[in-house]
Design a protein around this ligand. Structure first.
Ligand code: LLP
Length: 456
């Protein structure tokens, strides 16, 4: 089965069919994608914490993360790469709360950051600079200087002009910048078009054919050291073949660059391994399969291997809890109106993403289900989480959980419709703590200010 309690003393509860979001392959691979959100005594728990208790203390909507699941998923990658010198850099963009980053940092994770803000979050979580890599197409001089002065393992550089700027900033700050050339391998990741990043029409990376010329420029410019090469072809990949094509191209490039006299020490393979969101999902490959592919394609290079997974570590480690405000009959359908909206979880509106929705109160076995359109309070029809989703009977004040909401959930939340930013809670065993409080209306409004000419 997909879920287990994660500790020997706990009874293994019977998973409700609505909770099962993985296919047979995952069920045969215990330890993988298991999470710690389970029904116990008829109520959904995060580890040993009854989610009702969190709702009572914090209200809804609220994100809840499981420490044990975060650590389990980090370790799966760490173990899958164990035979090689490696560093697993969590993609901070997936879930950037400093408490979550600290959990992973204490387990030995590095961080992949894409902005000055993410860099400072990683540092605030206690991650040393030598375990941070800096990605992104639009790094500014200020961000480069911040990372160079604070300490950084390398920059994943995405263009020739970026290299000129980095050299200038390195000279100005007196710190050498290690460069990893991110190349665009022109590989279709077979994922949602909005999150595919390795096709030649995408804004990311340096065309592979240009890489030798750019590498020569790096070697020539002062303040820079060519340390490695890098590729990231997209997110929520559910097959290994695109990774294989990209990693193979990267390995060939390492050979080419070495033949030109460059000492290439590291290969950064990006992130992208997908997770199962829906019960009907084709099960994505497992980290252990991914690890075998990495060894097969780049293991012979003698390089340090860096990976940047985000979703697979955080996705199934988080749920979004919401309360039913009311049910409403439409002419041809029933709506379930929640107090969580697209501003709290934008993935369904933005990528047509599927998230399992389960009641906090376990429905009796064999309870009838009926189709609901599950919607939020925001004044757009796009504020729809699911259409014709079969759910057990739910009514006003009932509580539900969106599963697999840990990655790209809270980080993409906004205050659209002046709905205060959704809070976050971290669970650890039988303890929980608010790790980002819900702002009051006053706090939200006090961030605005009136210009002098409007104050009278
Ligand atoms: N490295 C780089 C350079 C990236 O751009 C990304 C994600 C990652 C690593 C982590 O990828 P992951 O392992 O999480 O797939 N908001 C979208 C996902 C955007 C991903 C952006 N880049 C979503 O909700 O599906």
């Amino acid at each position: 089965m997909m879920c287990e309690a994660g500790r020997d003393s706990l009874p293994l509860p019977r998973p409700h069919p609505l909770l099962l979001s993985v296919t047979a392959r995952y069920q045969q691979a215990p330890g993988v994608h298991m999470d710690h959100f389970l029904y116990r005594g008829g109520r959904l728990h995060a580890e040993d914490v009854d989610l009702d208790a969190i709702v009572a203390g914090v209200g809804t909507p609220v994100y809840v993360y499981s420490t044990a699941t975060l650590l389990r998923h980090f370790r799966l990658f760490d173990e899958a790469l164990a035979p090689l010198p490696h560093l697993v850099c969590f993609a901070v963009k997936a879930l950037s709360n400093v408490a979550v980053l600290r959990v992973l940092a204490q387990a030995g994770a590095g961080m992949d950051v894409v902005s000055g803000g993410e860099y400072l979050r990683a540092r605030a979580a206690g991650v040393p600079g030598e375990r941070i890599v800096f990605s992104g197409v639009a790094k500014t001089e200020d961000e480069m200087a911040l990372a160079l002065q604070g300490g950084i393992r390398h920059f994943n550089v995405e263009s020739a002009p970026e290299i000129e700027m980095l050299s200038a900033v390195a000279m100005r700050t007196g710190r050498e910048a290690a460069v990893s050339l991110r190349v665009n391998p022109d590989v279709d990741a077979h994922t949602h078009a909005k999150i595919a990043t390795g096709r030649k029409g995408d804004k990311f990376g340096i065309p592979v054919a240009f890489a030798p010329r750019v590498a020569a420029r790096v070697a020539h410019l002062p303040g820079l050291r060519l340390a490695g090469v890098d590729v990231h072809i997209g997110s929520q990949l559910t097959e290994l073949a695109p990774f294989e094509a990209a990693f193979t191209r990267l390995a060939a490039l390492v050979g080419e660059l070495r033949a030109q006299g460059h000492a290439i020490e590291s290969v950064n393979l990006g992130g992208g391994l997908g997770i199962p969101y829906a019960r009907a999902n084709e099960a994505p490959p497992l980290p252990v399969d991914y690890g075998a592919l990495v060894r097969r394609t780049v293991g012979h290079l003698g390089c340090e291997v860096i990976i940047e997974p985000g979703r697979l570590i955080a996705g199934n480690a988080g749920v979004l809890l919401s309360r039913v405000v009311r049910a409403k009959q439409g002419e041809d359908r029933d709506f379930l109106i929640l107090d969580a909206g697209m501003n709290d979880l934008i993935r369904p509106a933005m990528y047509d993403a599927f998230h399992d929705i389960v009641p906090l109160r376990e429905p009796p076995a064999g309870a009838p289900v009926r189709p609901f359109d599950v919607v939020g309070p925001v004044c757009e029809s796009g504020d729809t989480f699911a259409r014709a989703r079969d759910l057990p009977f739910l009514a006003a004040d009932d509580l539900v959980a969106f599963r697999s909401a840990g990655a790209y959930g809270a980080v993409m939340a906004s205050e659209y419709n002046s709905r205060p930013l959704v809070p976050e809670v971290l669970v650890h065993g039988d303890q929980f703590a608010v790790i980002r409080a819900r702002p009051s209306y006053d706090e939200m409004i006090a961030r605005d200010s009136l210009p002098p000419w409007l104050q009278a």
